[in-house]
Design a binder for this molecule. Structure first.
Ligand code: GLU
Length: 450
């Protein structure tokens, strides 16, 4: 006799919290999904009987390791490394590496959990994983970052592979780090394979990969806006962050006729009422990607306002594209956005809106695109990078951009089919969670006790 899992979100969450203590971000991510799935699972009891929920929140494997490295002063340092291999029902584990002092087991479990649903939504055959370290790249020399990456890979290499687990970048891990990691993997394994994505263009990387998360989020928001006969043209946009996602968000919004007026980093935000045009964006890219400086310098260079230790959500904008990090929009921020007439929030970052903020957006029936749908363009083009590596050829920019746009349209329509309410309102959270779940759950059912 099969045992049905509790069809009660509170009981399920109480169990999860007891078993995974001190992991608030993981609890938050799971709660959102379980809440979305409640009615759907009641209508389809086979998933409860097969204990899919209980299985899907349990990582297939967690790897945790020591990363010793020597800094430029000759001092021995030690960080902690992780790889969460969350779910491989529909493909090899796939997901980024985050290097940031806030990284903990719980943060990476939330990210790996999100990744499972996100990757499923892309339509490509990728399971979910995530990894990283509490290493802080800020203020480190290139040589220190290289030694750290080499030490990280000296352990990680034995757990990954092009058909097993394919890491990529995330916060603190960009082209420079992927290069160092790839070089070390290749030395140890003595093989040149597509084991990482986000590689350089002349050593297996894909065109449009750096642009993909930001472009993808704008394409997704464009689809949402279309349902209201709206577009980006002439709109004022609030963007947070100033890294990879934010940069290419600004570029695409500008191409579509919108005006981005804010950018931020962990120290504060800048407000540029004239808009961040291509020339200014070039400056931001140099500042952040080469000089590795602070966004405050933008305010000095262009004579605009800088708000120390503040987030941009109290500014007046039509659309908000949070592209920094988790829980960067709280309830008060969400209320400020609504009061200022914001019609659309589309998440370039992973889980940037708190549950209370999401509640405000849904209650006010604005267009709200959750990260696992809206920012899936990055990992989608990573999937296309894997395809190109397997075929040992490269597609053109146009071809990849075409495919990216088609994937974002497909994700949008999946959200609509699973998230449309009787009154016509599209709840994109329910749509993304149910749409992402079904494919993985069905694969798990087909594969037996996995
Ligand atoms: N870190 C990105 C994400 O959150 C990309 C992962 C990848 O390309 O594997 O989806």
């Amino acid at each position: 006799m099969s045992v049905a899992s509790p069809n009660n979100t509170a009981a399920f969450m109480a169990d999860l919290k007891a078993k995974n203590a001190a992991e608030p971000e993981f609890h938050q991510a799971v709660h959102e999904v379980v809440e979305s799935l409640e009615d759907f699972l009641n209508e389809h009891p086979k998933y409860r009987h097969a204990r899919i929920l209980e299985r899907i929140v349990e990582p297939e494997r967690v790897i945790m390791f020591r990363i010793p490295w020597v800094n430029d002063k000759g001092i021995m340092c030690v960080n902690r490394g992780y790889r969460i291999e969350m779910n491989s029902a529909i493909g090899p584990y796939k997901g980024g590496l985050r290097f940031h002092p806030t990284v903990t087991l719980g943060v990476l479990k939330f990210l790996a959990f999100e990744q499972v649903f996100k990757n499923s939504l892309t339509t490509l055959p990728m399971g979910g994983g995530k990894g990283g370290s509490d290493f802080d790249p800020k203020g480190k020399s290139d040589n220190e970052v290289m030694r750290f990456c080499q030490s990280f890979m000296t352990e990680l290499y034995r757990h990954i592979g092009p058909n097993t687990d394919i890491p990529a970048g995330d916060i603190g891990v960009g082209g420079r780090e992927i290069g160092f990691l790839f070089g070390q993997y290749k030395r140890i394994r003595n093989e040149f394979t597509g084991v990482l994505t986000g590689k350089g263009l002349n050593w297996g990387g894909s065109l449009i990969r750096p642009e993909a998360t930001g472009y993808g989020n704008v394409y997704f928001a464009r689809e949402m806006l279309k349902t209201k006969n709206e577009d980006f043209d002439g709109k004022k946009i609030l963007v947070s962050g100033s890294g990879n996602v934010a940069q290419y968000t600004v570029q695409k919004v500008t191409q579509l006729g919108g005006k981005v007026i804010t950018l931020s980093d962990s120290s504060g935000y800048i407000l540029d009422p004239d808009g961040i045009d291509d020339k200014k964006l070039e400056y931001v890219m140099h500042l952040k990607n080469n000089k590795r400086g602070r966004i405050e310098e933008y305010a000095k260079k262009y004579g605009v306002s800088y708000f120390k230790n503040k987030r941009p959500w109290s500014e007046k904008g039509d659309i908000a594209l949070p592209s920094a990090t988790q829980n960067e929009i709280d309830e008060a921020d969400a209320l400020a956005l609504i009061a200022n007439g914001c019609i659309c929030v589309s998440e370039g970052a992973n889980m940037p809106s708190s549950p209370e903020a999401i509640h405000v957006f849904i209650k006010n029936k604005i267009l709200f695109g959750p990260g696992k749908a809206a920012n899936a363009g990055g990992v989608a083009v990573s999937g296309l990078e894997m395809t190109q590596n397997s075929m040992r050829l490269s597609w053109t920019r146009e071809e990849i951009d075409e495919r990216l746009q088609a994937i974002m349209r497909q994700i949008h329509s999946t959200c609509c089919s699973y998230g449309k309410n009787e009154n016509g309102f599209i709840n994109y959270i329910n749509g993304a969670n149910i749409g992402g779940f079904v494919k993985v759950a069905d694969a798990m059912m087909a594969q037996g006790a996995v």
